[in-house]
Design a protein around this ligand. Structure first.
Ligand code: BF8
Ligand code: SF4
Length: 646
């Protein structure tokens, strides 16, 4: 399958691949520059054993593989069967995903502590109120004390959550009591952020945990240490340092690049460096330097979750999501791509060589051969930010005007929906939302999260699913790369309420909000947990009783697996659009798709077709409504919409 065919319209989605992506894919093809779609085609067909999850190379008695047809070996050299091998591989992926988010959280925590001590440059406590509220939540005395001192004590308490001497993480105090009790009964209350990931790795060593159910229970605990631990610390402290998001207007797609400006893309996940680059780009000296090189100023755009962090708090425009990181360079108008870590394809350096783009790595733990490395140091944040902007400006004269091709006009979108700003929009209490759900004006809420994956026609599943949900009066909240897809599709403006069903439309119009709310980056999925917990506590029920669901229609990463697991373990059933490598073990599949429901009140479903995923989710939400004694729609009445392009 060629990349353009793959990138054609999704047969089952009301959405199609965005025009900016298809235009740049054509440029890549014309120039002979390979992209992620070409490399996927070169890998296909994928190894069947790996796709089913039944290959293991955890030790040097192997590698081993189990014959899924039952004719060849059914045990690895050590005696591990398909169930154990599949569970071990999945558990390792969850540990990696949790570790990635949590290490990001620790990086933020370290800079927060240094900032509280007054030892950084370019950082401050932007939201003192949130810092004090967090300190109070963590049992820290705030009255009559300097803010910095309170911050240092909060940082010390949070550092302890990374260790192994506690019985429950600090933020588990936010979990509704019945769920906390359930976790205790199942022995999956997260105790230490590092501890759970390390224990997960230990258990997957040859000859440790050989019971696949026991293994996967700990995988849930590991994921909870991410959701209610590392990621939550990342979100909350980023708000303290860079401001708690409020509704803000911005723009999205490759049209955010400017043909006459020095364009710099900020890519990755951690807002620590990108925030100081935003400050540096406003420096009059650097703007003058850009003008002296013939540019009309400096234009910053975001990519992936760094982009989400900047859009949520500063309204910085978004060039695109994960699969746009190569295509943004095809515009011929990108001077600098600044990256930190996670979801950064090593291929960007090869693509950059075909243009004048300067790729700058900044995290000592994430270098790419061929990129310029400028080591991030918070003590010198602002100076480093300036150096990076200067380097990008120096690349501007190398731009070839004839190759500049910015393929689209930007689409406006609204972002900035933190829990605080949602509650503010509701008048300070969840009551109006609860009332709208109770009356049936809003049937429920669904978090559409996660990535873009070249196996799915770009953006079509996230956008198609959101469209079907909002037109059926289901409020959609989005994070990560899904949010970029929905923004590009024009679903995230107050006027987009016109695309929603009558009940949701009326609520959105009354509040002046879009039917698809941007809650931030992937670590900010914790905002969804906090909101769900607040609703459950307000109603005096557990989270799994609420008419909520999660969806990751185009997920690709180990972080996304960790997110899916903590969402399910928190009581929210989640639909995956891409098949995880578990089908070599019918028992593991059954545990995730059925058995989990009995344990945590929520489960996974896998449904690649966004039309069908919408049906699965609507049935689930109506069943939850029925459980709460709210008016509900009979299951037999819930069907897929007629295909719009039939
Ligand atoms: O953390 S959504 S592709 S960029 S993993 Fe990556 Fe997936 Fe995008 Fe953000 Ni999340
Ligand atoms: Fe093979 Fe067992 Fe070693 Fe895995 S751990 S490679 S199944 S011997």
């Amino acid at each position: 399958m060629t990349l353009l065919e793959r990138n054609g319209q999704h047969p089952a989605s009301p959405a199609s691949v965005p025009a900016d992506a298809t235009a740049m894919v054509k440029v890549a093809a014309a120039l002979g520059i390979p992209t992620v779609w070409d490399r996927l085609a070169a890998q296909e067909p994928h190894c069947g054993y790996c796709s089913l999850g039944v290959s293991c190379r955890n030790c040097s008695m192997g590698p081993c593989r189990i014959d899924p047809f039952g004719e060849g070996p059914q045990l690895g050299v050590c005696g591990a069967d398909a169930d154990l091998i599949v569970a071990r591989n999945l558990a390792r992926a969850i540990a990696v995903g949790s570790a990635s988010h949590s290490d990001h959280g620790r990086d933020i925590l370290e800079v927060f502590e240094a900032t509280a001590r007054g030892e950084t440059s370019g950082y401050r406590i932007a939201d003192e109120g949130k810092l004090l509220a967090l300190a109070t939540e963590w049992g820290i005395q705030t009255e009559g004390r300097p803010v910095g001192e309170v911050g240092v004590e909060l940082a010390e308490a949070m550092f302890e959550d990374f260790g192994s001497r506690k019985t429950a993480l600090g933020f588990t105090s936010r979990v509704p009591q019945p769920r906390r009790a359930l976790w205790d009964r199942l022995q999956i209350t997260p105790r230490g952020i590092d501890r759970e990931s390390v224990e997960m790795l230990h258990r997957t060593h040859m000859g440790v945990d050989s019971d696949y159910t026991n293994m996967l229970l700990h995988a849930l605990r590991t994921s909870l240490s991410d959701g209610w631990g590392g990621s939550m610390i990342a979100t909350e402290l980023s708000d303290v340092m860079f401001g708690t998001p409020k509704p803000v207007m911005s723009q999205v797609n490759l049209g955010t690049l400017k043909a006459d400006a020095v364009n710099i893309a900020l890519h990755g996940h951690n807002p620590l460096l990108s925030d100081v680059i935003v400050q540096a780009a406003e420096d009059p000296e650097l703007i003058a330097l850009a003008k002296s090189k013939g540019a009309n100023g400096i234009n910053l755009v975001g990519l992936c979750c760094t982009g989400n962090e900047l859009m949520m708090r500063r309204g910085v425009q978004m060039a695109g999501n994960h699969l746009m990181q190569e295509l943004v360079m095809m515009t011929g108008a990108l001077e600098g791509m600044v990256v930190d870590y996670q979801c950064i394809m090593p291929s960007i350096v090869d693509v950059a060589k075909c243009f004048h783009t300067q790729v700058i790595t900044t995290a000592d733990k994430a270098k790419i051969p061929g990129a310029v490395h400028i080591s991030f140091d918070p003590a010198n944040g602002l100076a480093i930010g300036r150096e990076i902007v200067r380097l990008s400006i120096e690349a501007f004269p190398n731009r070839v005007a004839a190759r500049v091709n910015i393929p689209s006009e930007p689409v406006p979108m609204m972002a900035g929906f933190s829990v605080e700003s949602i509650l503010a929009a509701l008048g300070g209490t969840p009551k109006p939302l609860v009332d709208a759900i109770a009356s049936g004006a809003i049937r429920g809420a669904v978090g559409i999260v996660g990535c873009s994956n070249p196996k799915v026609p770009l953006d079509t599943s996230s956008v198609g699913l959101a469209q079907r949900l909002i037109e059926n009066d289901i409020l959609v909240i989005v994070t990560g790369c899904a949010a970029v897809a929905n923004g590009k599709a024009g679903q995230m403006l107050p006027e987009s309420a016109a695309k929603a069903g009558p009940g949701l439309r009326a609520v959105c119009e009354a509040l002046g909000i879009p039917p698809v709310l941007h809650m931030g980056s992937c670590v900010d999925n914790t905002r969804i947990l906090v909101l769900a917990a607040a609703l459950a506590k307000y109603l005096g029920v557990d989270i799994h009783q609420l008419p909520l669901a999660g969806a990751a229609p185009e997920w690709y990463s180990e972080k996304a697996i960790a997110i899916g697991c903590y969402v399910v373990a928190s009581g929210i059933t989640t639909v995956l659009g891409v098949q995880p490598p578990i089908f070599g073990s019918p028992k593991v599949v059954d545990l995730l798709a059925n058995g989990l429901e009995g344990a945590v009140g929520a489960k996974f479903a896998i449904e690649p077709d966004p039309e069908q995923a919408a049906v699965v989710i609507r049935k689930h939400i109506e069943a939850k409504r029925q459980g709460l004694g709210l008016p509900f729609i009979e299951e037999s009445q819930i069907q897929a919409a007629e295909p719009v392009h039939a």
